[in-house]
Design a protein. Structure first.
Length: 211
């Protein structure tokens, strides 16, 4: 579907345990055809170890998605003070120095996003961060409108409303089945009459009706 694509497998660090396990899991993903591996909350030691073993690791800084968001009080903006923004920068810079090939930055201000992208040598992709950076990411569930608009985060732009359309489709399917509109004649096919007769006779002979 896409002539040029980087298949980046995103994982949670809690599933890796240590740098050896993380390297083994990443190697399995690469063998399955991904181009790089993004690990949430990876340590500098693990980043360096994986990089030295030729694993192309994508970093992730800012608000870490999933269970690690609890460190920020939930899925919330980060880098709202100079000190906190510096913490995000240091994490990104140290990742780079330990072999990171690129990274995603999430839920930082556009100013912090763009300055970090300017200072790093590796590509920086923003998600929910406002700035242009080197590229932009929008989670597919947001892009396709997989959740109600009332609960959609501010940064998300839905290009299609699959949630609303999906609910309409389920309701119409349910109504058609109850009204016996679906399945209709065109949705099935008939066995050749002679073949069916042969089949039915075989069934009757071997499996008579229960008494």
């Amino acid at each position: 579907m896409a002539p040029n694509i980087n298949l980046n497998a995103a994982t949670q660090s809690m599933s890796h345990g240590d740098k050896y396990t993380a390297t083994r899991y990443a190697s399995e993903l690469l063998a399955d055809g991904v181009d790089s591996v993004l690990i949430m909350g990876i340590t500098n030691e693990t980043m360096e170890y994986m990089s030295s073993h030729l694993i192309p690791v994508f970093g992730h800084v800012g608000c870490l998605s999933g269970w690690q968001a609890m460190w920020h009080g939930g899925y919330a903006r980060v880098g709202k003070t100079a000190e906190d923004a510096m913490r995000v920068f240091r994490m990104a810079y140290e990742y780079q120095e330990n072999g990171m090939i690129g990274m995603t930055i999430e839920m930082t201000s556009r100013e912090v996003t763009d300055l970090i992208a300017k200072k790093l040598r590796v590509p920086v992709i923003q998600v929910a961060a406002g700035g242009a950076a080197d590229g932009s990411e929008l989670v597919i569930f947001d892009l396709l409108g997989f959740q109600p608009s009332s609960t959609r985060p501010k940064h998300a732009k839905a290009y299609r409303e699959f949630f609303e359309e999906g609910m309409k489709a389920f309701a119409e399917f349910d109504a058609d089945v109850k009204a016996k509109i679906y399945p209709a004649e065109e949705h099935g096919w008939s066995l050749d009459a002679k073949e069916f007769e042969k089949f039915a006779n075989e069934v009757e002979k071997k499996y008579p009706d229960p008494k």
